[in-house]
Design a protein around this ligand. Structure first.
Ligand SMILES: [Mn+2]
Length: 409
């Protein structure tokens, strides 16, 4: 048995907040095309590796009202797999929830879409191997029910039992349970051979055998989705399953720290770009420059009030044909804050991860239902990431000041 586990394609993500007059058109196009290019690589990999089937675990589309572009693209890709006789199993997630008539989707005959209740479907592979695959599709943006409890126990009559589940594993990054929450114990109790998880965009295994996996998303969309992104190729070797990561993102995000000294603003621009040029990126990288070191208040102001970035991007645009990077933002690293003990520092980091989640941001956005223009502005992962970072910095500063005040008393 050989299959691809992929989730969170987020086709046609708008990348709001990144396009500006400094960004060269070719790069703008590459960015807007990136979720499609990443998805194409997934389907290429399925065909090249002659997999038995593909599991698409939700958030294929970025929004429930899918763009014509995204729909058309996906249908073309599914047809490619149909021609290659590769079955595709789809369970929709919180971004592309679907409760309508599956026939209306117009998918080719190799596609099976899970309904809104947990359902098991069986595939017989070319060599006679029988695989049972259980899953469900989100009917709404929120599913607070513990859907995991509806999954059947592993079927001992089949060769492999697989689960597809778009949802939040408790204790990873979000404790509130609006995304089909489940615990590792509940998953383990089902005795399946493999769990293809979706929803959390950071690729990770939840178990030591590496058979309960989030594949992560296929293309990072902002600085909080940094690093390599792609899908998993899962293959059986006897009784064992091995997973191999396949990289699909055409643009990778990363933070790069640059140490500056007191110097004129013009030299800052040249110095930063020179440091980045030395990295010899082999694919396009979107960079958040994090500045540290001792700099003048004039330099600090140029960064904080946003004057440096357009200057930097102007010069960056001229380097694009030679070097694979684009500076999307520049931040001053806060000067080290004294949060007292190691324990204080650690609980702050933990609290930060628990509180500053995209889900919590979505809840906050509900406060702006009456002011849709605010909601629309803020409804961009890039801007949310900025706000989260800023919130963390301000909190940290407050805590440090409070700590100092308490120690002074
Ligand atoms: Mn997602």
């Amino acid at each position: 048995m050989k299959f691809i586990h992929v989730a969170d394609l987020h086709l046609d993500s708008p990348f709001k907040g990144l396009a500006n007059s400094k960004m060269p058109t070719t790069l703008l196009q590459q960015m807007q095309q990136s979720t499609f290019d990443a998805a194409t690589k997934v389907f290429d990999a399925a065909i090249d590796n002659q997999v038995d089937f593909v599991l698409l675990v939700g958030d294929l589309f970025d929004r429930a009202e899918q763009s014509i572009n995204a729909k058309y693209f996906l249908n073309q890709q599914l047809n490619r797999l149909n021609n290659a006789q590769i079955p595709v199993l789809i369970s929709f997630g919180n971004h592309d929830y679907f409760a309508g008539d599956i026939k209306q989707l117009g998918f080719p005959e190799n596609v099976f879409v899970f309904p809104n209740v947990v359902t098991t479907t069986k595939l017989t592979l070319k060599d006679g191997t029988i695989v049972a695959i259980s899953g469900f599709s989100f009917a709404n943006q929120w599913v607070s029910e513990r859907m995991i409890t509806n999954y059947p126990q592993a079927d001992s009559q089949v060769d492999w039992n697989l689960g597809m589940l778009h949802g939040s594993a408790e204790g990873i990054n979000s404790t509130e349970g609006t995304y089909a929450p489940f615990s590792l114990a509940e998953i383990n109790a089902k005795n399946y051979d493999y769990w293809a998880l979706g929803h959390i965009h950071q690729r990770q295994s939840l178990d030591e055998r590496r058979v309960i996996n989030y594949s992560g998303n296929t293309q990072g969309r902002h600085i909080n989705e940094a690093g390599s992104k792609g899908c998993l190729l899962v293959e059986s070797q006897g009784e064992q399953l091995t997973t191999k990561f396949i990289s699909t993102a055409t643009i990778e995000w990363q933070r790069i720290t640059i140490t500056l000294t007191v110097q004129p603003v013009t030299e800052m621009v040249a110095y930063i770009l020179e440091q980045l040029s030395k990295k010899n990126f082999t694919k396009m990288n979107f960079i958040r420059v994090e500045v540290t070191g001792t700099i003048s208040s004039e330099q600090q102001q140029a960064i904080i009030n946003g004057q440096l970035l357009p200057l930097l991007q102007d010069a960056n645009a001229k380097l694009l044909s030679e070097y694979n990077f684009w500076v999307t933002s520049i931040k001053l690293l806060p000067s080290p804050v004294q949060l007292g003990s190691q324990e204080e520092r650690q609980s702050f980091e933990e609290a930060k991860i628990a509180a500053l989640t995209n889900d919590n941001f979505q809840l906050l956005l509900n406060n702006f239902d009456q002011e849709s223009f605010i909601k629309e502005e803020l409804d961009s992962p890039a801007i949310q990431a900025e706000v989260s970072d800023l919130a963390a910095q301000i909190l940290e500063q407050h805590l440090a000041e409070k700590g100092t005040a308490e120690r002074d008393n």
